[in-house]
Ligand binder design. Structure first.
Ligand SMILES: [Zn+2]
Length: 236
């Protein structure tokens, strides 16, 4: 499941303020993934919120993948909300079916690079191209879509450097849903960079800027006050 970073002509300026993934991508490279950071951020344009409008390019694509796509979205545990639209000027990405892409590629996402901000409605330059996976189980199809949807938001592949990380970007079919590490990556892409420990230890940390953790302080995040200890864990 390749992600192609295409250099495309600059789009018209967006109305929303820019949340650039560029500094995050510089910190969270695929090569450094491991340990506490089993994810990587891509230097891409990305949707401004977790709510995205999209459309299927044609009825064949829709008939093939409508349900497996929504199942894949749900593998993010409610973190991503998608809305199928027929109003193309609202859509942020489209889903295309092309059974003729390489047999080894289940699907890929074409993004704009580098990231200087957000897509505006109707600036469709992100395409999710789905290959010949109609013979996959619905669960495997959903896993493909969960993986590709994270690419739309700016998460990078990891399998080239390490196929044994706790991530659907390292091994798409090993996990029934997005892992905690994948979700930590998505929080960054959504500009709410909470970081949750995996497993039974669910303690949370917060990055004020790439690599700058809230520590020994109280800060307000989205209107709520949080206090962090010396190790950066939220204590209330
Ligand atoms: Zn991928």
């Amino acid at each position: 499941m390749y992600i192609f970073s295409m250099t495309i002509v600059m789009m018209t300026p967006c109305l929303v303020s820019a949340h650039s993934l560029t500094p995050w991508a510089a910190l969270y490279t695929p090569e450094r993934a491991g340990g506490n950071f089993q994810f990587s951020i891509g230097d891409f344009y990305h949707p401004p919120t977790n709510y995205v409008d999209y459309y299927f390019e044609n009825s064949v694509a829709r008939n093939n993948f409508l349900y497996s796509f929504s199942d894949g979205r749900d593998e993010w545990g409610g973190m991503i909300i998608t809305n199928e639209t027929t109003f193309l000027d609202r859509a942020i990405f489209k889903i295309q079916y092309n059974p003729n892409i390489a047999a080894s590629t289940a699907a890929y996402v074409e993004c704009v690079s580098p990231s200087v901000g957000h897509y505006g409605p109707g600036e469709i330059s992100t395409k999710m191209v789905v290959g010949n996976i109609t013979n996959y189980s619905q669960k495997n199809q959903a896993q493909v879509f969960a993986h590709e949807l994270g690419h739309v938001f700016g998460i990078n592949d990891l399998y080239q450097v390490n196929d044994n990380l706790s991530s659907i970007y390292s091994n798409t079919y090993r996990y029934p849903s997005a892992t905690q590490m994948d979700r930590n990556a998505l929080y960054i892409c959504l500009d709410i960079p909470w970081y949750y420990m995996s497993g039974p230890d669910r303690r949370a940390k917060y990055q004020k800027a790439p690599g700058v953790w809230a520590r020994n302080e109280s800060i307000e995040i989205l209107g709520k006050l949080y206090t962090f200890d010396a190790d950066g864990y939220v204590i209330n």
